[in-house]
Design a protein around this ligand. Structure first.
Ligand code: AMP
Ligand code: MN
Ligand code: MN
Ligand code: MN
Length: 292
């Protein structure tokens, strides 16, 4: 297996990404990745297509995954599950609940936007901006860019959708321990995704979360991420070593094929070294052995 670079965090149009799962596999092949994981938000519905497409691309290992949003000490913490079984009923039930909660929130977001003068046609949004799967804030943002006077989706987030902005609606999220447990139940390993995210650039925050999540069974942490510089990667590597965690990483790609940047244009810490995969697989294997 050629495996000098991998990408263990990507989104398809089954959540808020723009590529199909098959297109992601094609990209992995083009970029000569040793492995690629599909980690859609709160859904595993894209995995069947992803794994099917991967059967034609023998050099790329396709890793079935998911990204679960949780509430940890009143902040959003995202837990990625890797090597999960998409047939696990416990995981499916858990994600169905998350989707229901999203639907409830989406209705409130639409009402707030309308009140603020951004009338939104939800049927049209569903028809043209999502492929019938998980709807999140990025879908609203794309709709608003097309129908109102916004330069890009970032501008919509800043003005309306970011936490604290006028059209923001809180979502009831599970505890991270619940996400870790359900990922383990589905045979996967649990990874803390982008432990440093936007404004949360704090070593002490990471320590506080790890003190809680490592005893709960967290297996790995993303040390390589599209927005990280070398110093941030070093901080996370250091923490991983002291907490006994494996390292993971990915591009968190949400875009179109021609925007794919695993080669590290945007993030100094990419590409993700392929050698990480072995340790992650070992941890998954150990879990499997412990549970059986
Ligand atoms: P949701 O899961 O519906 O709460 O939406 C969160 C998603 O929106 C994230 O996964 C990102 O893809 C995207 N996102 C979050 N914050 C921003 C931001 N400030 N600008 C652009 N996209 C964002
Ligand atoms: Mn997203
Ligand atoms: Mn995330
Ligand atoms: Mn993500």
């Amino acid at each position: 297996m050629k495996c000098d670079k991998i990408d263990l965090h990507t989104h398809s149009n089954f959540s808020d990404g723009l590529c199909t799962p098959s297109e992601l596999i094609k990209l992995a092949d083009e970029y000569e990745l040793g492995a690629i994981a599909l980690t859609d938000h709160d859904t595993i519905d894209g995995i069947a297509e992803f794994m099917f497409a991967a059967r034609c691309v023998t050099d790329v290992i396709a890793v079935p995954g998911v990204e679960i949003s949780t509430n940890c000490f009143n902040r959003e913490v995202h837990i990625v599950g890797l090597f999960i079984s998409p047939d696990n009923t416990q995981l499916k039930y858990f994600l169905d609940e998350a989707k229901k909660e999203r639907n409830r929130r989406n209705i409130s977001i639409a009402a707030k936007l309308t009140q603020l003068g951004y009338a939104i046609d939800v049927a049209m949004l569903k028809q043209n901006y999502v492929e019938g799967r998980v709807i999140g804030r990025p879908h609203f943002a794309r709709y608003l860019v097309d129908h109102f006077d916004f330069v890009d989706t970032d501008a919509v987030f800043s003005k309306l959708l970011r936490r604290g902005a006028p059209a923001y609606v809180k979502r009831e999220l599970p505890e991270p321990e619940e996400a870790i447990a359900v990922i383990h139940a589905a045979g996967g390993i649990a990874v803390w995704a982008h432990p440093i995210y936007r404004q949360y650039n704090e070593r002490s925050w990471c320590r506080k979360v790890l003190k809680r999540l490592v005893p709960a069974g967290l297996n790995a942490i993303e040390a390589y991420y599209v927005g990280f510089d070398g110093q941030q990667t070093a901080i996370i590597r250091d923490l991983a070593l002291s907490f006994g965690l494996a390292l993971s990483g990915g591009s968190d790609f949400h875009g179109r094929p021609n925007e794919y940047e695993i080669a590290g244009k945007r993030g100094a810490s990419l590409p993700v070294p392929g050698e990480l995969l072995k340790e992650l697989l070992d941890r998954a294997g150990n879990l499997f052995r412990d549970n059986s």
